[in-house]
Design a protein around this ligand. Structure first.
Ligand code: RIB
Ligand code: CA
Length: 312
């Protein structure tokens, strides 16, 4: 029996790889993609999500456009990392598959009300605006969510958009606060683990060597995407953030972490969007998140490469 998931996303090259991994994995039933503004504005994230579905030969997957800006703040984007299109690197095209009529927030609410309680897992890999808005508008869906596996935040690794905050949480800290305080079982993939999932040259060449359009497209995307982080961190490759969430669903044994309290900074300008993890249990605040700090990187890339090989 496959696990029903919804991926909430702001593609984004690493989002694209996460979506491809999900589409290549029969253990998962992707009920839909909900696009959110983040790496690039909503019109582009909604377009890019459809390009990735068409690349994988899956124009049957419904794609919904969601929130165009954070709940209470102006949008911050990341073209400096992802390029103007959000998917710089490979040649892109105007997708033929249509956007769904419904708003992504309505799709989230309607789906969680329709599907059996506890049967749908949410995988947000961009700013949490769509989820925060859905939970605020329809609190009855909160106990119906099976679990949330998200990419976002940082603690020991510190921030990537400010010294204190990771991009996804920084963009919409109020939405993140709603999600982290929801009481839903949350597994968090922070920069602490994603910065250990580096696309080294041999790993990128393994994608290109697949000899498929998906392999070539993925290699071209990541070749562009990694330049920013290699220059910034001097690392041997770019971090493959978002696919860690899907890989966790497929093989949780690849990852390790700790169940701790994590709260979101929303008041301070200096540390806005910081995910404050009580890793050493120095407060009486109840644990609410499984905070992932490590992974078997070789196993992660082996899984990813084997699965991408299944796509056209
Ligand atoms: O900070 C990394 C996160 O921000 C990833 O989800 C990436 O796609 C961007 O959205
Ligand atoms: Ca993302």
């Amino acid at each position: 029996m496959s696990r029903k998931i919804i991926i909430d996303t702001d593609p984004g090259q690493d989002d694209a790889v996460a979506i491809l991994l999900a589409l290549a994995s029969p253990e998962l039933e992707l009920l839909g993609l909900t696009a959110v503004a983040g790496n690039v504005p909503l019109a582009l994230t909604a377009k890019n999500a459809r390009i990735i579905c068409e690349l994988a030969g899956r124009d049957d997957v419904p794609v919904f456009a969601g929130c165009a800006a954070p709940m209470h703040r102006p949008l911050v984007t990341a073209e400096h990392v992802h390029g103007k299109t959000g998917l710089d690197g490979p040649a892109l095209w105007e997708p033929a598959m249509p956007l769904q009529e419904a708003h992504a927030v309505d799709f989230l609410i309607d789906t969680l009300r329709r599907e059996p309680a506890g049967s749908v897992t949410l995988c947000p890999i961009g700013p949490l605006t769509n989820l925060g808005t859905a939970f605020e508008r329809a609190p009855d869906i909160i106990p119906r969510v099976a679990e949330i596996v998200l990419m976002g935040g940082a603690y020991f690794e510190v921030g990537n958009i400010t010294p204190a905050a990771e991009f996804n949480i920084y963009v919409d800290p109020e939405a993140a606060e709603i999600v982290f305080k929801s009481g839903i079982s949350i597994t968090q993939m922070p920069l602490d683990v994603t910065h250990k999932a580096l696309v080294t040259r041999p790993r990128l060449e393994a994608f290109a060597a697949l000899g498929t359009r998906t392999g070539a497209f993925t290699a071209e995307m990541l070749d562009f995407f990694e330049r920013f982080d290699i220059e910034k961190y001097g690392s041997e490759g770019g971090p493959l953030h978002d696919p860690t969430t899907i890989a966790y669903l497929l093989d949780p044994g690849l990852f390790s972490g700790r169940h701790v309290n994590v709260e979101i900074e929303t008041g301070s300008d200096l540390t806005r969007g910081m995910t404050v993890a009580d890793w050493w249990g120095v407060t009486s605040r109840a644990p609410n998140v499984t905070f992932i700090g490590d992974l078997d990187a070789a196993g992660f890339f082996a899984l990813l490469t084997e699965r991408l090989a299944r796509l056209p």
